[in-house]
Design a protein around this ligand. Structure first.
Ligand SMILES: Nc1ncnc2c1ncn2[C@@H]1O[C@H](COP(=O)(O)OP(=O)(O)OP(=O)(O)O)[C@@H](O)[C@H]1O
Ligand SMILES: [Mg+2]
Length: 294
């Protein structure tokens, strides 16, 4: 596995499926080898994310919690430097999809560092009212519209108007609108399996506290793709290297942890993250029941 810095020439393109995120250091870029480049943010955020990925993908790492965590993250290819700018090179989670529909869900009711003052905390609570109830916020999403043959982007301004569990449910139905109704039940089943994997990891690990981290959900809007043998990227194979190389072409849904610029060492369970994830799972389970064939 490749970690560390490299400054090899890479052909860059704009990344078309970014649904959220700051553009302070510029948007994500697409490489021609199936990866995204995320600009390293200013200190201390940027370095914290680099240290996190370096720790998790360290070749000599043996701790089981860390090895298990790798499956839940985009594969990390190290740092690249292009024209004096530094980037994290990550697996592009949308790459295995022909018509990806993408949603960024920020986890936790508390999305600020310990040192944040009360004014900042209150501003965040007001800005993202849904998380006060559910413990997660939908930051943005993109859905493929088969009529116009274009992706529609629902941005942060749109998502900040979500207040209640019912609003969140409607939003998920809107997000899932790109697939035929009869497939939605299976897609949700697969998505829930991925989210339960993430939850299982969080219920055992006591190493990290994930503040303001997201789960990126992607599903396939091209309905000519059918479910195959390998559906769950988390359960694909034993090692992350194999998983990366043997990524299923017929993947219909994926859910991975992204945005780890505020991950801190811990000695306890991440109850803030788990609260949001348990609510997310139960809301999606309820959505799934609506698509069950009667
Ligand atoms: N590995 C990835 N594969 C595909 N898309 C990604 C990946 N990582 C991030 N993205 C896209 O880019 C967006 C922003 O990413 P991210 O949340 O990591 O950055 P950010 O919020 O700008 O970071 P920060 O909080 O460190 O400033 C996500 O909403 C998602 O659409
Ligand atoms: Mg983000």
């Amino acid at each position: 596995m490749a970690t560390g810095s490299s400054s090899v020439a890479v052909a860059l393109m704009p990344y078309p499926y970014q649904v959220a995120g700051h553009a302070a250091q510029g948007p994500l870029k697409l490489t021609d080898d199936g990866c995204v480049l995320k600009p390293i943010q200013r200190p201390p955020k940027g370095m914290r994310e680099v240290v996190f990925y370096d720790t998790v993908f360290n070749k000599s790492e043996k701790r089981d919690e860390i090895l298990q965590l790798r499956r839940l993250l985009p594969y990390y290819h190290g740092i690249v430097e292009i024209d004096t700018s530094k980037y994290l090179k990550l697996e592009n989670i949308t790459n295995k999809f022909q018509l990806p529909c993408v949603m960024d869900i920020k986890m936790g009711r508390v999305t600020w560092d310990d040192h944040a003052d009360e004014t900042f905390r209150e501003r965040r609570r007001k800005k993202w009212p849904l998380k006060e109830v559910t413990g997660f916020s939908i930051l943005g999403f993109m859905v493929y519209n088969h009529q116009t043959c274009c992706h529609e982007h629902f941005n942060d301004e749109w998502c900040r108007k979500l207040f209640t569990v019912q609003d969140a449910e409607k939003c998920f139905h809107q997000f899932l609108g790109s697939i035929q109704l009869e497939m939605t039940f299976d897609i949700l089943g697969q998505l829930l399996a991925n989210l339960v994997d993430i939850k299982e990891w969080f219920t055992t690990q006591r190493l990290f506290r994930f503040i303001a981290s997201s789960i990126l959900i992607v599903y396939e809007a091209n309905s000519s793709k059918k479910f195959g043998k390998h559906q769950n990227s988390h359960q694909q194979s034993e090692t992350v290297e194999n998983m990366h190389q043997l990524s299923p072409k017929n993947l219909l849904v994926d859910a991975k942890i992204i945005d780890t610029a505020h991950v801190f060492p811990s000695t306890d369970f991440d109850s803030n993250y788990l609260f949001g994830l348990e609510n997310l799972i139960s809301i999606l389970e309820k959505c799934k029941e609506k698509y069950a064939v009667k």
